[in-house]
Structure formats: C-alpha cells, structure tokens
Ligand binder design. Structure first.
Ligand SMILES: [Fe+2]
Length: 212
C-alpha cells in the first residue's frame, strides 16, 4: 500500500484511493458561533483530493467518514464546490463510509455504509480496538511531534500496527490529536509504526510509541 503525503492511502492491488476526515465546511461551521476562520478549506480540500486522484488514477475512492463537518455542510457549500465534488465522485466508484460528524449525510443519489469490506480488509470510520481482522480507519486525526535538527515539528501521521491502520485527516484545517493521547492507547506499544506527512514525502519514524 502506498502512503501519500496528502494523507491519502493508495491500495494498488484494488486500485483504491482511501481518504478520511475531509470535514468539508469546517470553517463555515465556526462562523455560526461567531468565530472566523478563512472560508477556503472546502476548495483547498477539493483541490488536494483532485490532485491525489490525478496522481493515482484509481478505480475506487473510499471516503472513510466525516466527509462533511456536519449534517448541513452540503447546504453551505458553494455551488461550484458542490459541482466539483459531484464530478469527482461520479468519475470513480465512490464508497461512502459513515462518520460520526455528519449525521450519516451523503449527497443526493449516494449511499453510505457503516462498514465496508474489500479484499479481506475492513474499512470503518472509528476503529474497533479488539480483534485481529485487518482494519483501516480514520476519525482521530493523528499527529506526532518529532525532533528534527534540534527543532520540534508537529506532523499529521499514519499510525500502523499489525492489524490496524489509522489515516491522518485529509481535510484542510482539521487539526490533530497527539498520538500519545490516552484515546490512542491501543497504539501505545513497541510494534507501532508512525509515518509522518512531509511536504513532498512520507517519513517513517523510529518504531514504537509510548503514552505521553
Ligand atoms: Fe470522526
């Protein structure tokens, strides 16, 4: 499987591109509470998604949940962004896995899956901690701090163990949860491998992860 610095995963054998946590219209959701975030996150996330699709030309696109920041995000999207998203999902077989943020909303004509299985792997939004069926999930927006040439860098990352793979959030302005957080305790062990997103490549961190 190929890990892309955008936060996308490409599964060559299945010609599947997998992305999680796009959180379209996150910025505009903050406007309603009086906070201002630059409202360009949706267009930027769409641009990056189109770029990843051009790069891999997959037959399938698996959207691993929280595509929309909330259940009304589709309504708030600019028409041009809605059209762009529709063109993207109409051009490939698109699988919508349900998230927890968007009240299971999918655009008209689309259907969602609580869980999706392909080639022996289970795709779901929030991981099942127990079990040894290989599983790919999202939801936590994992990020890690590393030291590089004396500086502390915080990077979104993939988190991988023998049977679990967590994707970083793909959306712009999505923030991140430190991988040492107790919510990710299932990953605190010597076998865990982090792959950090650089601007042009993905970097493997030294193996093993301890609680913070
Ligand atoms: Fe989520």
């Amino acid at each position: 499987m190929g890990l892309h610095p955008s936060g996308a995963l490409y599964w060559r054998e299945q010609a599947a591109l997998v992305v999680g946590d796009l959180h379209f219209e996150k910025a505009s959701s903050y406007h309603r509470s009086g906070q201002f975030l630059p409202p360009y996150d949706t267009a930027e996330t769409l641009r990056r998604l189109a770029e990843a699709l051009t790069c891999f030309a997959p037959q399938r696109l698996i959207l691993l949940g929280d595509v929309f920041h909330d259940g009304a995000a589709w309504e708030r999207m600019a028409q041009a962004d809605r059209d762009r998203l529709s063109r993207i999902v109409d051009a490939v077989e698109t699988i919508w896995v349900e998230g927890n943020h968007d009240a299971h909303f999918v655009p008209p004509g689309q259907t969602s899956h609580a869980v999706y299985r392909l080639g022996g792997i289970t795709f779901r939004h929030i991981m099942e901690e127990a079990g040894d069926v290989p599983e790919i999930s999202a939801h936590y927006h994992p990020a890690a701090v590393i030291r590089h040439r004396g500086a502390r860098l915080r990077r979104a990352c993939f988190v991988c163990t023998q049977h679990r793979l967590l994707l970083p959030a793909f959306g712009a302005f999505t923030g991140g949860l430190d991988v040492c957080d107790a919510a990710l305790a299932a990953f605190h062990g010597r076998e865990t491998q982090l792959y950090l997103l650089g601007s042009k490549a993905v970097f493997a961190a030294p193996q093993g992860l301890a609680a913070g």
